[in-house]
Design a binder for this molecule. Structure first.
Ligand code: FES
Length: 155
């Protein structure tokens, strides 16, 4: 029979392994997203099975990590910075321009499936505010005209 000390030590080892597995969740979800564009409920369940975690544990990570998309997205994903410095430096003008000229609404995908527009917390590019992340690439010093130039290259 295991002693109390042995049992305690084993439980600590198991906890450490589970922590490591949780750290792998984000990477596993990124693999799925890179290949499929987003992570469906079925995909999430498969990742949970693969890692030996519950759906709830994987879903908690997916929900916390806002760059994992749990709904189908367009061909290009535009994450617009929705934080204080960008508000001051022109965020609202950009949002209005995206709506009026490009038909984008926050949280939505355009009818032609070209763009999905999502808000994101500070991108760490405040000195070049307003900023966005488009398909994983950072852009700063945005103006409506600069937005047009950039978006025109994303068919
Ligand atoms: S507030 Fe927008 S990049 Fe920091």
């Amino acid at each position: 029979m295991l002693t109390e000390a042995e049992r305690h030590e084993i439980e600590e080892e198991i906890a450490a392994v589970r922590e490591h597995t949780r750290a792998a969740v984000v990477e596993a979800l990124k693999v799925v997203q890179r290949r499929r564009g987003w992570v469906s409920d079925d995909d999430l369940g498969d990742v949970a099975t693969c890692l030996g975690l519950t759906r709830t544990e994987v879903d908690a990570v997916a929900t916390f990590y806002n760059k994992i998309f749990r709904r189908q997205v367009g061909r290009h994903v535009l994450l617009i910075c929705d934080s204080v410095t960008c508000w001051i430096m022109g965020y609202h003008d950009l949002l209005e321009h995206l709506r009026a000229k490009w038909g984008m609404e926050l949280g939505e995908t355009t009818a032609d499936n070209r763009f999905t527009l999502l808000p994101v917390a500070c991108l760490g590019l405040c000195e070049q505010a307003p900023a966005m992340l488009l398909d994983g690439e950072l852009y700063g010093n945005l103006t409506p005209a600069r937005l047009d130039e950039i978006l025109a290259t994303h068919a």
